[in-house]
Ligand binder design. Structure first.
Ligand code: GDP
Ligand code: MN
Length: 398
C-alpha cells in the first residue's frame, strides 16, 4: 500500500525526523490559508499523487507570494499530471502539499528496502540526490552505497556513520545525517514498510539535515496490525479495476497490452504472460481467478476484462486441480450468454486452453455450447499464438 508524501512526512516527523513545516490542501482556499500560516518568503506547492517524477513534470512549484500560491494551486488542482512513473494516462491531482521553502545546499538520496537476495533490509545512499535513482543505478551504479542490516542488531551506529562519511557529508552534519538514518530505519521496521525513501534528503545552508521528499510503501500482509496506516488509504489513487477485482475475490494486475489472460494461480499467470511475450504479443493483464472458482467468479472476470477497451483478445489458460475444468467451462458458457444477452457469443475472440482435472467434461461442455468467437487450444503455446493472431485481426477491424 502507498500513501501520499505529506502523510509519509507526518509519520517521519513523529519519529523525530526533520521535515519542513507543511500542510495538505484540497482547495485553492486551503492552499492560501496554509501559505499564510507558514509565513515564509518561499512556499512550495507540491502535487500529491502516488507517483514520483513530479518535479520534472511540473508538479512542484516555488511560490514567492500569495498570488503565486493561488496561481499554482489553481493550475495544479484537477490537473492530470503525467510523470515517468504514472504511465501515459497520468494521475489527477486532488491534493497539494503547501510547504515552507528552504535553502538547499546539497541533495542526497537515502532509502531502506528489503533485499530478497540478501534476505535482509538494505540501506542505500547516494550523493546523486534529487534525480531518479533508477538513472543513477543504470549510469553510475558505483555512486550507490549500500549497508546490509542484521535484523537482530538493527542499523548499527558504525554503519550509519560509515554511510554518512561515504556520502561526504561535511563534518558538522555527519552526526545529524547518521541520526536521520537511524530514525528512518525505526520507521521502516515499526511500520512494516517495504520501502522508505527520501529523495532528496537535503543539507540546508543553515546546516539542517531534512527530508524534502518522502515515500513510504507498506507490506500489505501486515496491514491488519496497522489500522493507523489503513486509515491513510486514498482509494482514488488505486487502479479502479484492481479494486473491483479484489472485491470479487480476483487477483488482477494491469499490464497495459492487448491480450487479456485469465488463469488460475500466480505461477501459471507468470508463465502465460511470458509465453505471450515470447510469441511477440503484449499481455493486457493477468487475472487470477484463484483456486476456488465458481461460474459467478468467471463471469465477473470476463466483465472486468471486457471493460478494458485496449483488450482485443482473451486467453484463458486453466490447469484444473482444485479448480475443476468443467466448472470453469460452465462459467465460460454462462458468461457468453450473460454478456451477449443470450446470443451465445463473445464480443472479442476468446481462446481457451484447459488441462487437468475433469478436462474431458470441460471440453465437452464448451463444444456443445457452440459459442461464437470461442476457440479451443490444446497447448499453451498454440493458445498464445492463436490469441495474439486473433487480437491483431480484431484490432485491424476496429
Ligand atoms: P519528485 O520529483 O516527485 O520526486 O518530487 P520531489 O519532492 O523530490 O521534488 C522535486 C524537486 O523539487 C526536488 O529534488 C527539489 O530540488 C525541489 N524541491 C522540493 N521541495 C523544495 C523546497 O522546499 N525548496 C526548494 N528550493 N526546492 C524544492
Ligand atoms: Mn523526489
Amino acid at each position: 500500500m502507498n500513501i501520499h508524501e505529506y502523510q509519509s512526512k507526518q509519520i517521519m516527523r513523529e519519529y523525530g525526523i526533520h521535515v519542513p513545516e507543511g500542510y495538505p490542501a484540497f482547495t485553492v482556499e486551503d492552499a492560501l490559508e496554509n501559505a499564510k500560516r507558514l509565513d515564509t518568503p518561499v512556499v512550495v506547492v507540491k502535487a500529491q499523487i502516488h507517483a514520483g517524477g513530479r518535479g520534472e513534470a511540473g508538479g512542484v512549484k516555488l511560490a514567492r507570494s500569495l498570488d503565486e500560491v493561488r496561481k499554482y494551486a489553481k493550475e495544479l488542482l484537477g490537473k492530470v499530471l503525467v510523470t515517468r512513473q504514472t504511465g501515459p494516462q497520468g494521475k489527477t491531482v486532488n491534493r497539494l502539499l503547501i510547504e515552507a521553502g528552504c535553502h538547499i545546499k546539497k541533495e542526497y538520496y537515502l532509502s531502506f528496502v528489503v533485499d530478497r537476495q540478501a534476505e535482509c533490509v538494505v540501506m542505500m545512499g547516494s550523493e546523486s540526490g534529487g534525480m531518479s535513482i533508477e538513472d543513477v543505478a543504470a549510469e553510475n551504479p558505483e555512486k550507490i552505497i549500500k549497508e546490509y542490516i542484521d535484523p537482530v542488531i538493527g542499523l548499527a551506529d558504525f554503519q550509519a556513520q560509515r554511510m554518512a562519511y561515504a556520502l561526504h557529508f561535511e563534518k558538522p552534519t555527519i552526526r545529524k545525517a547518521a541520526t536521520f538514518m537511524k530514525y528512518l530505519y525505526n520507521v521502516f521496521v515499526d511500520k512494516d514498510c517495504s520501502l522508505a525513501e527520501v529523495n532528496p534528503l537535503v543539507v540546508t545552508e543553515e546546516g539542517d539535515v531534512m527530508a524534502l521528499d518522502a515515500k513510504l510503501n507498506f507490506d500489505d500482509s501486515t496491514l491488519s496490525r496497522h489500522p493507523e496506516i489503513v486509515a491513510l488509504r486514498d482509494i482514488t489513487e488505486e487502479d479502479q479495476k484492481e479494486r473491483e477485482a479484489a472485491a470479487e475475490g480476483l487477483n488482477y494486475v494491469n499490464l497495459g497490452g492487448d491480450v487479456a489472460c485469465m488463469v488460475n494461480g500466480a505461477g501459471l499467470a507468470m508463465a502465460t504472460v511470458d509465453i505471450i511475450k515470447e510469441n511477440g504479443g503484449e499481455p493486457a493483464n493477468f487475472l487470477d481467478v484463484g483456486g476456488d472458482s465458481t461460474p459467478e467468479k468467471i463471469v465477473a472476470a470476463f466483465r472486468i476484462m471486457l471493460e478494458d477497451d485496449q483488450v482485443d483478445g482473451i486467453l484463458i489458460n486453466i490447469f484444473g486441480g482444485i479448480n475443476k475444468c468443467d466448472v470453469i467451462a460452465t462459467g465460460i458458457v454462462e458468461a457468453a450468454a450473460l454478456l451477449s444477452g443470450g446470443k451465445e457469443e463473445f464480443p472479442i475472440p476468446v481462446v481457451v486452453r484447459l488441462e487437468g482435472r475433469n478436462v474431458e467434461r470441460g471440453r465437452e461442455i464448451l463444444a456443445k455450447a457452440d459459442i461464437k468467437n470461442l476457440y479451443p487450444a490444446s497447448s499453451m503455446d498454440e493458445g498464445a499464438k492463436l490469441a495474439i493472431r486473433l487480437a491483431k485481426e480484431t484490432r485491424e477491424k476496429k
